[in-house]
Design a protein around this ligand. Structure first.
Ligand code: MGD
Ligand code: MGD
Ligand code: SF4
Ligand code: MO
Length: 703
């Protein structure tokens, strides 16, 4: 057999890099960056070769598994579907529709099959108990987009290809490769900003890999960014620095007046007290931001999933708008993707239409906050979750209070997981349905073309064939859906209405042809390196999706949230725990690939030398970190890169739980951050989990 060269998009993270994959006899020989990819131009990161390892991983599940008498047994797809359908529908018949819950994890949006085929399946369940990684992540971005611009997916992205000033709060794109901003080769883009005389400023409690490349880094006390952001708005409005440019006519002046009143007390001096950043530096930072030819304020996970994450994303958009850096080259801009995911006005706000049963936290976008999932399973009463479905998710490691999640899943009557591994979450299942994955799947990055710093479109054919009898995620969703419908009809006579059936390719082709560039799959197939659609363009007010075609610059929910902040008084003076990511890791699930975990242990607790010497802790020693919900023992790493009073531990580890089938990950187990994160800590406005600034105690082991 001859060697074939396949081009495709890496679907591991948001950067959507083009890959050149050499394949012989269905074996991957090599993976390189595709130099001709119109968007990524050859860039890749070390995780790209992980795609080969993932394809070859002997622990990856290939056939459906069923648990019988505590043992896993391989079964046929038909048998697995029948058991899954019976478990789901019997539960709903006995306890009501809401007794079945579903959690969808992060790879859902990196997976074309799941993106296009899970929504119909989820709707057919008619349950209000839906959860996803969104509420442990980017929900605040959607909420702000919906309230301010009229659609939850109409999200501004920083135009870093042209900006002269990039202010980054709580993001580490040098490691994460960018998030809510699809931008391969962050290193190159940072260099380009500096080469054109621009500046990059990073605000982070850790001197990160991104801070290292930036022009300025300011340490900030974890959880306090909202004070910095509001003080920047304060400076703009109280120093008459507002400049709305072409947006003048689509913003209501009364709303600006209301913002001014609301931020009056949020001065740089108050921000200094709360954040630890001197008021003069805040003033200097804001002056530089305002005097730059173009500038953009960008906030990511350290801000999104924090106590005031919801309000912070309103504030970030507001800074960009008031400083004349919105919908303008070099500022925050909207994309114009070939599949338009944000064409509709949402007539009613998809927020607070119902609330979680136990704690009363708000629904958003049809989902409840994942921090309520464990209690929604464990607390008896009307609407209690008795059976769960998970797809592409590992909430035992990724949602706060994993120990409680563990017990919750253990207590269920029934659980079915669509996943490629037998891991900390799926071990609780009765049925596991494993899809083909990675290089075996066709791909189009619907979600990420919508967030990309340059418009392009690219379709990828599978680079290797899936194993015999394997199913794609989309096939699993449609076949499981049919099995549920058939079983329901047989038991109750309740029929699920027939829908036209499409294949994955047909659905994608329709979406492309409805889109603004009128592309189709055939055209994309002729361009294996993608089609360049051009730089971001100014699109407002034309594309605004609000009821009155105006930007709602100060929606009620944010007015109320500022009021809550004003009244809050809590300040912790103990240690605060923050998270960290590693370039060769991807949340909780790439730790079974030798090349991704070899080398020194990366699951360590960073501690500042002054704290370490006070507690007599040295690098390499095991320390005990405890919080209100749990404790872990972890290797200490004394480092000046972390600010005093702060501890940083990466999330996604903790493969020391019994009953999993991931031999390499088990050898590099680490501990789980989310055994410390407290599910009771949420952003009051949005219900988003707080995964940074968690109060903890630290001590040397046996002291
Ligand atoms: N403390 C703390 N917690 C966090 C974070 C943090 O920074 N700190 N980050 C949060 C964020 S941003 C996110 S996105 C979440 C992620 O949280 P989750 O989405 O719950 O978890 P992942 O670790 O991404 O796990 C992905 C799962 O999908 C499976 N999988 C991989 N590929 C496929 C596929 O093609 N098909 C199917 N069906 N399954 C597949 C994997 O085996 C794994 O079980 O974690 C959140 N939790
Ligand atoms: N290599 C790798 N890449 C990934 C992932 C991965 O696990 N590994 N996960 C992917 C996913 S799902 C996502 S959502 C993205 C996330 O992408 P990013 O948000 O860019 O990644 P993080 O490393 O979580 O960055 C959060 C930063 O916030 C800082 N921080 C913590 N608390 C605070 C605070 O209170 N204030 C401020 N200002 N900063 C704070 C942390 O020190 C950290 O540097 O990354 C994606 N890419
Ligand atoms: S940066 Fe992300 S998309 Fe690019 S190769 Fe690495 S994991 Fe894949
Ligand atoms: Mo994420």
């Amino acid at each position: 057999m001859s060697i074939e060269t396949k081009y495709r998009t890496c679907n591991l993270c948001e950067a959507i890099c083009g890959l050149e994959v050499k394949v012989e006899n269905n074996t991957v020989l090599s993976i390189r960056g595709d130099e001709q990819d119109v968007f990524s131009k050859g860039h890749i990161c070390p995780k790209a070769v992980g795609m080969k390892d993932l394809h070859e991983d002997p622990d990856r599940l290939k056939t459906p598994l069923v648990k019988r008498d505590g043992k896993w047994i391989d079964v046929s797809w038909q048998e697995a579907y029948a058991l899954a359908a019976k478990g789901i529908i019997d539960t709903q018949i006995k306890y009501g529709k809401d007794a079945v819950g579903i959690y969808q994890g992060n790879p859902s949006v990196h997976n074309l099959g799941t993106s296009l085929f899970s929504p119909d399946f989820v709707r057919s369940l008619k349950t209000k108990n839906r959860y996803s990684a969104t509420s442990v992540d980017q929900l605040a971005h959607h909420l702000a987009a919906e309230y301010m611009f009229g659609n939850q997916l109409f999200i501004p992205v920083p135009d870093i290809n042209r900006t002269d000033f990039w202010l980054i709060l709580g993001g580490n794109p040098m490691v994460s490769n960018g998030s809510m901003m699809t931008a391969p080769d962050i290193r190159g883009k940072l260099r380009d900003i500096q080469d054109r005389g621009g500046q990059v400023v990073v605000i982070d409690p850790r001197f990160t890999e991104t801070a290292e490349k930036a022009d300025q880094h300011l340490f900030i006390r974890p959880g306090s960014d909202i004070y910095l952001l509001l003080s920047m708005i304060h400076i703009i409005l109280f120093n008459d620095k507002m400049e709305l440019k072409h947006l003048e006519n689509c913003i209501d002046a009364d709303e600006i007046t209301a913002i001014k009143a609301a931020v009056a007390q949020f001065t740089p001096e108050l921000a200094e007290e709360k954040t630890g950043i001197p008021a003069v530096d805040i003033q200097g930072l804001t002056d530089s931001f305002l005097s730059a030819k173009s500038a953009v304020c960008y906030g990511r996970l350290g801000v999104s999933a924090s106590k005031y994450g919801g309000l912070s994303h309103w504030a970030i958009n507001t800074i960009n708008i008031l400083s004349g850096n919105f919908d303008k080259a070099g500022g925050a801009m909207f994309t114009n993707p070939a599949v338009n995911v944000s064409s509709r006005k949402s007539k009613t706000k998809r927020f607070k239409r119902w609330s979680s049963r136990v704690r009363g936290l708000p629904e958003y976008g049809g989902e409840l906050p994942s921090s309520t999932l464990a209690e929604d399973i464990l607390t008896p009463g009307e609407g209690q979750i008795k059976a769960m479905i998970t797809s592409c998710g590992n909430p035992v490691l990724s949602v706060p209070n994993g120990t409680k999640m563990d017990s919750a899943f253990e207590s269920l009557d029934f659980m079915v997981c669509i996943d490629i591994y037998l891991n900390e979450t799926t071990k609780h299942a009765d049925v596991i349905l494993p899809p083909a994955t990675g290089l075996e799947t066709p791909h189009y990055a619907i979600a990420f073309h919508n967030l990309a710093v340059h418009n392009s479109a690219k379709y990828s054919e599978p680079a290797v064939e899936k194993s015999e009898g394997a199913k794609f995620d989309w096939e699993i969703f449609s076949e499981l859906g049919k099995a549920c419908a058939a079983y329901q009809f047989q038991q109750t006579g309740e029929a699920i209405p027939d829908k036209p059936e499409y294949t994955l390719e047909q659905k994608l082709d329709m979406l492309l042809s409805f889109g603004p560039h009128k592309l189709n799959l055939e055209t994309l197939k002729k361009h294996p390196h993608g089609i360049d659609i051009g730089p971001l363009t100014s699109q407002l007010p034309g594309r605004l999706l609000t009821d009155n075609q105006q930007i709602h610059v100060f929606p009620d929910i944010y007015q109320e949230s500022i009021e809550t902040l004003r009244k809050s008084s809590q300040d912790d003076d103990g240690f605060l725990l923050i998270g960290r990511r590693n370039l060769r890791s991807n949340n909780s699930w790439m730790h079974n690939l030798h090349r991704m975990v070899k080398g020194p242990n990366t699951c360590t607790a960073l501690i500042h030398p002054t704290d370490a010497s006070r507690l007599q802790i040295s690098t390499g020693e095991i320390i005990e970190v405890s919080s209100d919900v749990g404790q872990v023992q972890i290797e200490a790493e004394v480092s000046e890169e972390i600010m005093p009073g702060t501890i940083s531990i990466p999330h996604g580890w903790g493969h020391n739980r019994s009953g999993i089938r991931m031999s390499i990950a088990q050898e590099h187990a680490g501990v789980s951050f989310n055994d410390l994160a407290d599910e009771k800590l949420v952003d009051e406005l949005s219900g988003v989990s707080v995964i940074n600034a968690i109060p903890i105690q630290v001590k040397k082991l046996n002291s």
